[in-house]
Write a protein that binds this ligand. Structure first.
Ligand code: CA
Length: 232
């Protein structure tokens, strides 16, 4: 999985390192900036940053965190933005949200509060889904999780939504034996009334679509008495 990058713009080094340490602990890769100018440069260098934490009072002349927020939002509407507000005035919160922020955290904040907000926003902006660019390649197949399409040697293979779910699970777990129960609960949901046989039916259909020789599958192989596996 690609690094989960988060920009942290904060001129006070003690607060910045506090945030950095806690983001690292929570599995993020913090990208630091001390000034607004540095923040813009970091965003340019790291286009895969999905969430930005912005302090409001900055040393830069004529630009504060709200203005940074406004510019980042104008450049990327999908970026998740959290304002770090020092003051508790309603005004700051309103201004932040008006300039395009998604959320705000009031200083002083606890590590748990900070990471909970970042986690929630990261999920909401779909950071985890496209952390790997949304493309899974298992030669000769390419799965695009953004538009939910599968190609084999660049030729599109039409799939039902359920077949897509099954093949995605296989391609995400190459070489791992997946039990039929696991496939059923992942693709159909935990509270499904569907019978386990539906997994076999979909695998059979998928083999017709994917395999060179469906009678002797090379991609979706059977793990006897257990389930299936991608490859050998
Ligand atoms: Ca500051």
């Amino acid at each position: 999985m690609a690094a989960r990058k988060v920009l942290i713009l904060e001129d006070e080094s003690s607060i910045r390192s506090f945030v950095v340490i806690n983001l690292k602990r929570a599995g993020y890769l913090p990208v630091e900036a001390e000034t607004a100018a540095e923040a813009f440069a970091q965003m340019k260098r790291n286009p895969d940053i999905r969430v930005a934490l912005l302090d409001i009072m900055l040393p830069d002349e004529g630009i504060d965190g709200f203005e940074v927020c406004r510019r980042l939002r104008a450049a990327d509407e999908k970026l998740g933005i959290i304002m770090l507000t020092a003051r508790t005035q309603e005004m700051d919160k309103v201004t932040g949200l008006m300039t395009g922020a998604d959320d705000y955290v009031t200083k002083p904040f606890s590590p748990a509060e900070l990471t909970a907000r970042v986690d929630a926003l990261y999920r909401r902006v779909g950071g985890d889904a496209d952390a790997d660019s949304g493309i899974i390649i298992r030669d000769p197949f390419t799965l695009n999780t953004r538009n939910r399409t599968l190609t084999k040697n660049s030729v599109r293979i039409k799939l039902t939504q359920v077949e897509y779910g099954v093949v995605k699970m296989f391609m995400e777990n190459p070489g791992r034996a997946l039990s039929r129960e696991e496939i059923l609960s992942t693709v159909w949901g935990n509270d499904t009334d569907a019978e386990i046989k539906i997994v076999d039916v979909n695998v059979r259909r998928l083999r017709m679509k994917l395999e060179d020789d469906p009678q002797n599958p090379a991609f979706i192989t059977t793990v006897w008495g257990y389930g299936y596996k991608w490859g050998y």
